[in-house]
Design a protein around this ligand. Structure first.
Ligand code: SF4
Ligand code: SF4
Length: 109
């Protein structure tokens, strides 16, 4: 294969063939706010931990929608619970609470 000196990132689109709605629905039962996310990325752009770790709430939510719960936990491990993301979320999601729920819900599996 020809080397063009760059690589194309893997798409983060939801693969409907792999979409495990059951896992997301279970999380939405304890955290209904997760359904409000529009994947705008404001949380990720404002994240303090993002400078030192690949912390991303947006990507974590997309991972859960793609049935990749372990990946979501990895993406949130560096979170310091500072709450900056919560202040920028246009949907008013209680992100700190959501992060704790995700870590509690999937972190021990
Ligand atoms: S800022 Fe809120 S709506 Fe936007 S991606 Fe983050 S959690 Fe979702
Ligand atoms: S609460 Fe966590 S995810 Fe949100 S900005 Fe702070 S370190 Fe980032």
């Amino acid at each position: 294969m020809m080397d063009f000196g760059f690589t194309i990132n893997k798409s983060s689109r939801i693969d409907l063939d792999r979409f495990d709605k059951a896992g997301f629905d279970k999380l939405a039962k304890i955290e209904p706010d997760v359904r409000k996310c529009i994947a705008c990325g404001s949380c990720t752009a404002s994240c303090s931990a993002g400078q030192f770790h690949r912390t991303s709430v947006r990507s974590a939510i997309l991972s859960i929608q793609n049935a990749k719960e372990n990946e979501a936990v990895e993406l949130l491990k560096g979170c310091m619970l500072c709450g900056k993301c919560q202040m920028t979320c246009p949907r008013g999601i209680n992100i700190r609470h959501l992060i704790l729920s995700i870590l509690k819900f999937y972190g021990t599996k």
